[in-house]
Design a protein around this ligand. Structure first.
Ligand code: HEC
Ligand code: HEC
Ligand code: HEC
Ligand code: HEC
Length: 170
C-alpha cells in the first residue's frame, strides 16, 4: 500500500514538471468573447499583465540595487514573480511565453499546452489530468509574500474581486 502511494507521488510530481507552456495568445483564442467571460481583456486591463513593465521603473531599479540586482527585468530574483514560466524553472521560459507577458494565465492555471484542446477543456476532469489548476489562495501566496520588496497585506477575497473573470452562467 505504502508503495502504491509512493509511486503515485512520484508520477504526480513528474507530471507537474513536464507540461509545457503555451502563452496567453493561445488561451485568448477561446477566452475572449463575452459569452466565455472575456478573461483575456480582463487580464490585459489588470496589473498582472504589466508585471514585467513594472520592473523597468525607477522605483524598481532602486529596490533592485538594495538587493544587488543591476537590472530587475533581467534578474531571476525579480522575474520569478513578475513573469510566468520563470517562477517554475528558467528553462521553461521559451518563445511561447516570453517574460514580457508578465503574470499570465498559466501562472495560476498551470502550463497549458496539454489541456488547451477544445475536447480536453470541455471536460474539467480531463483538463485537470492534463495539468489545469483551479487556483486558490495558496496559488496567490506563492508571489504575494514578504519576499517581495513591495509586499502589502494580502486579503484573498478583496484581491480576487479585482481580478475575477468568471464564465457567465447560462
Ligand atoms: C480551443 C478553445 C480553448 C482554448 C485554446 C483554451 N480554453 Fe480554457 N476553456 C475552453 C472551454 C470551451 C471551457 C469550458 C467552458 C464551460 O465549461 O462552459 C474552458 C474552461 C477553462 C477553465 C475553467 C475550468 C473549470 O471548469 O473550472 C479554465 C481555468 C481555462 N479554461 C483556462 C484556460 C487557459 C489558461 C488556457 C490557455 C493555456 C485555455 N483555457 C485555453 C476553451 C478553451
Ligand atoms: C506569479 C506570481 C503571482 C501570482 C501567482 C499572483 N500574483 Fe497577483 N501580482 C503579482 C505581481 C508581480 C503583481 C504586481 C504587478 C504590477 O503592478 O506590476 C501583482 C498584483 C496583483 C494585484 C494588483 C494590486 C492590487 O491589489 O490592485 C491583484 C489584485 C492581485 N495581484 C491579485 C492576485 C490574486 C487574487 C492571486 C491569486 C489568485 C494572485 N494575485 C496571484 C504576482 C502574482
Ligand atoms: C515573491 C514574489 C516577488 C518577488 C521576488 C519580487 N516581487 Fe515585486 N511584486 C510582487 C507582488 C505580489 C507585487 C504586488 C504587491 C501588492 O500589490 O501587494 C509586486 C509589486 C512590485 C512593484 C510595484 C509596486 C507598486 O506598488 O506599484 C515593483 C516596482 C516591484 N514589485 C519590483 C520588484 C523588484 C525590483 C524585485 C526584485 C528585486 C521584485 N519586485 C521581486 C512579487 C514579487
Ligand atoms: C492571478 C491568477 C490568475 C490569472 C493570471 C488568471 N486566472 Fe483564471 N482564475 C483564477 C482564479 C482564482 C479563478 C477562480 C477559481 C474558483 O472558481 O475558485 C479563476 C477562474 C478562471 C476560469 C473559470 C471561471 C468559472 O466561472 O468557472 C477561467 C475560464 C479562467 N480563470 C481563465 C483564465 C484565462 C484565460 C486567463 C488568462 C487570460 C486567466 N484565467 C488568468 C486565477 C487566475
Amino acid at each position: 500500500m505504502a508503495c502504491v502511494f509512493a509511486l503515485f507521488a512520484i508520477s504526480a510530481a513528474s507530471a507537474e514538471t513536464t507540461h509545457e507552456y503555451a502563452g496567453v495568445k493561445k488561451c485568448s483564442i477561446c477566452h475572449k468573447t463575452p459569452a466565455q467571460g472575456e478573461q483575456f481583456s480582463k487580464w490585459q486591463a489588470a496589473k498582472h499583465s504589466k508585471a514585467f513593465e513594472s520592473l523597468g521603473t525607477p522605483e524598481a531599479k532602486e529596490a533592485g540595487l538594495k538587493l544587488n540586482v543591476a537590472d530587475p527585468q533581467k534578474d531571476g530574483k525579480c522575474l520569478k514573480c513578475h513573469s510566468t514560466a520563470y517562477g517554475h524553472t528558467e528553462a521553461q521560459v521559451t518563445q511561447a511565453i516570453p517574460v514580457e507577458e508578465g503574470v499570465s494565465c498559466e501562472s495560476c492555471h498551470g502550463a497549458g499546452k496539454d489541456y488547451l484542446k477544445l475536447s480536453v477543456m470541455k471536460d474539467v476532469e480531463a483538463a485537470k489530468a492534463a495539468g489545469l489548476k483551479i487556483p486558490d489562495e495558496k496559488t496567490c501566496l506563492q508571489c504575494h509574500n514578504s519576499e517581495n520588496p513591495f509586499n502589502k497585506p494580502f486579503n484573498y477575497q478583496e484581491r480576487l474581486e479585482k481580478i475575477k473573470h468568471p464564465i457567465p452562467k447560462k
